[in-house]
Design a protein around this ligand. Structure first.
Ligand code: NAD
Length: 437
């Protein structure tokens, strides 16, 4: 058997730092409080409900993931957040309208004390929002320093031994890599000179990484996935993950598309549209924020289907994604997909999906798993891009020479094999010929 990797124990409290105290993050935090009180089960969370097969199928060793690897217990999580609105976690959760008031009232005493710290915010990057709870500073460098000060104060206040940061704030506008993103030196100069290409999410990421705190981006905007911050993460030995939580329509795509490809069924069109009425929908109503989301959603199919390898099946695929802001629906999004496929002799068929989805309900367990697994990565001295966490993202970040792996089932295998590797267990290849020798 291979040698296990040295993993520092998950002793003490883990602080989860969250820019953005909105629908996803309050659903996550309130959910943890409900779990602690035994009011619910951690449905949707691989770290809490998942199992992992070890060794041969005849050995019948299938522990729970959380019993196999030393993960922080949900009882040891503490939460800190920033938002441009001053509402505490209870008020923000009520406004988000995801969870029933009755459930929120049962955990209110846990949520009330979670008050958002002042945000680093610039309307140029999120056009449809504005709020009063915002830091001011002469330079972006000063703002990064203020975030670091918040983090030190949070740690002193809560006694957290270790920290992770997960961006759950609004989607910023579409940005291309600029000179200030190319190296750490250029980036730090940019902070000092207020370079307009540095977005708030990059400042949070910079503050976290430079303090040795793992960072994940739950939104599709450019953030830590720039050479400057990747350089900082490798030199500081910090894990990075991202980006854009894989929930809703895209989750369905990455479940279905590998199935079509596995059976060599062709695709001529995939039209996805949805209506949602939460704040995320409002932000995405701005074309520049939508462009960021659109790029993230469109990349998935081409990458799974590999049209360059199967031109007659996928070269002419017409893929369209629409998001429509429709306030009456709140967080309860409704998505429609029309999929035009073709089979033997080119005969066409259609599949229709109508997903009455709850985005934040799907995203909350992802935030939990990422917090625990990023902390595991950090305790295992894994640094830089954590491709094994692609399972959770629509646009997995990856080394520049690789293409992203979007297939949910390959991503799951990669994740579980990484856990086996960390613990010195044999990797599972699914070959299985030995059972028939
Ligand atoms: N819900 C999902 O399934 C899902 C899936 C993938 C990605 N996402 C992304 O996750 C993010 C959060 O989604 P949500 O539904 O909770 O949105 P939300 O609008 O309810 O919450 C985002 C919060 O971030 C705050 N904010 C904006 N800029 C900020 C800044 N610079 N600093 C601190 N706070 C800031 C906003 O005031 C808001 O309260 C969005 O970017 C969304 O696109 C969500």
């Amino acid at each position: 058997m291979p040698k296990p990797v040295k993993i520092a124990p998950a002793d003490g409290k883990l602080g989860v730092l969250i820019p953005g105290l909105g629908a996803v993050s309050t659903t996550f935090i309130a959910g943890i409080m409900a779990l602690r009180r035994g009011l619910a089960e951690p449905i949707g969370s691989l770290t809490q409900m998942g199992t992992i097969r070890l060794g041969k199928r005849t050995e019948n060793r299938i522990p729970r993931v959380k019993d196999f690897v030393d993960l922080t217990s949900i009882d040891d999580l503490v939460f800190g957040a920033w938002d441009i609105f001053p509402d505490n976690a209870y008020q923000a959760a009520v406004k988000a309208g995801v969870l029933d008031r009755d459930l929120l009232d049962q955990v209110r005493e846990d949520l009330d004390p979670i008050e958002p710290m002042q945000a680093v915010f610039d309307r140029r990057f999120v056009k449809n929002l504005d709020g009063p709870n915002v830091k001011s500073g002469k330079t972006l460098w000063d703002l990064a320093e203020a975030l670091k000060e918040d983090i030190r104060a949070f740690q002193a206040r809560t006694g957290a031994q270790r920290l992770v940061m997960i961006w759950c704030a609004s989607t910023e506008i579409f940005l291309k890599e600029a000179r200030a993103h190319q190296s750490l030196e250029a980036f730090e100069n940019g902070l000092k000179n207020n370079d307009p290409n540095i977005a708030p999410s990059m400042i949070y990421a910079y503050a976290a990484i430079s303090m040795g705190i793992p960072y994940a981006n739950g939104a599709p905007n450019l953030s830590a996935d720039i050479p400057a911050l990747e350089e900082l993460a490798s030199s500081k030995g910090v894990p990075l993950a991202g980006k854009d939580f894989k929930t809703g329509q895209t989750l369905m795509k990455t479940i279905l598309a590998p199935g079509f490809k596995a059976r060599y069924l062709g695709l001529s069109g995939w039209f996805s549209t949805n209506i949602l009425g939460n704040r995320d929908g409002e932000v995405l109503d701005d074309p520049e924020s939508f462009k960021t989301k659109e790029e993230s959603k469109l990349g998935v199919l081409a990458s799974i289907l590999q049209p360059h390898l199967y031109p007659s099946l996928y070269k002419d695929l017409y893929h369209k994604v629409r998001i429509n802001y429709y306030p009456p629906r709140g967080d309860n999004k409704e998505g429609w997909d029309n999929i035009d496929i073709f089979g033997w002799l080119g005969y066409p068929m259609q599949i229709k999906i109508n997903f009455l989805c709850r985005d934040s309900i799907l995203a909350a367990p992802i935030v939990l798993d990422l917090a625990l697994l990023l902390d595991l990565a950090s305790r295992s001295s894994m640094k830089g891009i954590q491709e094994w966490l692609s399972f959770y993202f629509k646009s997995p970040i990856h080394a520049p020479e690789l293409y992203a792996e979007h297939d949910l089932f390959i991503q799951l295998m990669k994740l579980k094999n990484t856990l086996r590797y960390l613990k010195g267990e044999d990797l599972i290849t699914h070959l299985g010929l030995e059972y028939y020798d």
